[in-house]
Design a protein around this ligand. Structure first.
Ligand code: NAD
Ligand code: WQD
Length: 341
């Protein structure tokens, strides 16, 4: 069976992708230092699929450990690289931690790919590389803007590291996937997003407010140039997103990629305002949310959503799950985690 290395596979998007890879017949090997996740996510993967993936706990920044790993796992045909630090605000406070973790991890992986002869890598990038685009929706050719945060800059620089390494080493092929806003959980409610501390992202804040952990949701801004004044994003269901990774790996394994380095936007193609997201949650869950409009959040962009034509046509992938169904999955997960069923 073909082995796929999933770095960060105990985390939110990685655990959902591990499930889809196993369902598609791949053998998954997870490397994670559990800095932002717990071993319970492996239990969830096992309950859903009936298979417990191999798991190695270490930090990708430690190159000797990574080299030792590749001497022991000899059947890896592709890497999906999720592992990274991802909190935008924290990256402003401790930029060196972010640069070291996110840049050194990818450099170590690429050096090991060259050393151990592993051709294929899929990298988790982000719509953050577009900043506030001049034109919407954004295509993969929309120019990137200067990053708004050290975190965002690590995504931009990592894309460049990947592109330049592939240009110099045709033995390596890579796909960067630019996620828009991943939300929701597996419909089984056995895996999902579990932020440490107070959530910075909208949907975990909504579900924690509905569960009574937070007294109210603050809606950041109602004076944007959007449908109702609140900011607009492209919320993509995490299982749909996970499925795109299986397709991306298969594109690399089947040599279907048109160039050594490709980029795909992964979103729904629909812009949704914060207030529309709140309404979708209320409708799906039947819970009335206590929210208050406050001022804009520093560093927020006004609106962004994806042009998904390239992913639809070239990958043959399309986001399928509607926002209400996605909100329901997030709510069922929150309720299970809080013992509210
Ligand atoms: P997550 O924090 O849930 O998962 C990342 C995992 O990587 C965690 O389990 C963490 O313990 C692990 N990790 C971090 N640094 C590591 C290291 N040096 N060595 C080994 N393991 C390490 O995050 P996620 O939401 O699943 O995000 C996955 C990827 O997608 C990240 O690269 C993130 O930047 C990117 N991304 C996420 C979003 C989002 O909103 N969630 C949006 C765009 C891009
Ligand atoms: C969404 C909308 C908020 C919380 C961030 C990163 C980005 C990417 C995805 C990784 C915004 C509003 C939020 C709240 C609110 N991650 N909001 N009240 O800011 O689009 O993107 O995560 O690459 O890089 O910056 O996502 O979920 O934080 O916010 O009103 O309590 O919800 O202002 O308009 P964002 P988010």
């Amino acid at each position: 069976m073909k082995q796929i290395l999933v770095t960060g596979g105990a985390g939110y998007i990685g655990s959902h992708t591990a499930v889809e890879l196993i369902n598609a017949g791949y053998e998954v090997v997870i490397v994670d230092n559990l800095s932002n996740s717990g071993i319970e996510s492996l239990d969830g993967i096992e309950k859903i699929t009936g298979i417990r993936p191999a798991f190695e706990q270490f930090d990708l920044v430690e190159k000797d450990k990574l080299e030792d790993f590749f001497t022991r796992y000899k059947n890896i045909v592709a890497i999906i690289h999720f592992a990274a630090s991802k909190a935008v605000g924290e990256s402003v406070e401790i930029p060196l931690v972010y640069y070291r973790n996110n840049l050194v991890s990818l450099i170590n992986l690429l050096e090991c790919q060259l050393k151990f002869g592993i051709s294929n890598i899929v990298f988790s990038s982000s719509c953050t590389v577009y900043g506030q685009p001049d034109q919407l929706p954004v295509t993969e050719n929309t120019p990137r803007k200067d990053a708004e945060s050290p975190y965002g800059n690590t995504k931009r620089v990592n894309e460049d590291i990947l592109k330049d390494t592939i240009a110099a080493n045709p033995a390596i092929k890579g796909i960067a996937l630019r996620y828009f806003n991943p939300v929701g959980a597996h419909p089984s409610a056995l895996i999902g997003e579990l932020p440490l501390g107070v959530p910075a992202n909208l949907v975990p804040f909504i579900t924690q407010t509905a569960a009574g952990l937070r007294s109210e949701l603050k809606v950041f801004g109602n004076d944007y140039d959007t449908v109702d004044g609140s900011a607009v994003r492209d919320y993509i269901n995490v299982v749909d997103l996970a499925k795109a990774h299986v397709v991306a790996v298969e594109r690399l394994l089947d040599n279907k990629n048109k160039s050594g380095y490709e980029i795909f936007n992964l979103g729904t193609g629909n812009g949704v305002s914060v207030l529309e997201a709140v309404q979708a949650f209320e409708k799906a869950s039947g819970v009335k949310l206590n929210y208050k409009i406050v001022g804009r959040r520093a560093g927020d962009i006004e609106k962004i959503w994806a042009d998904t034509t390239f992913a639809n046509e070239e990958l043959g992938w399309k986001a399928k799950t509607g926002l209400e169904e996605t909100m329901l999955s997030a709510w069922l997960w929150e309720k299970r985690v809080r013992g509210m069923e």
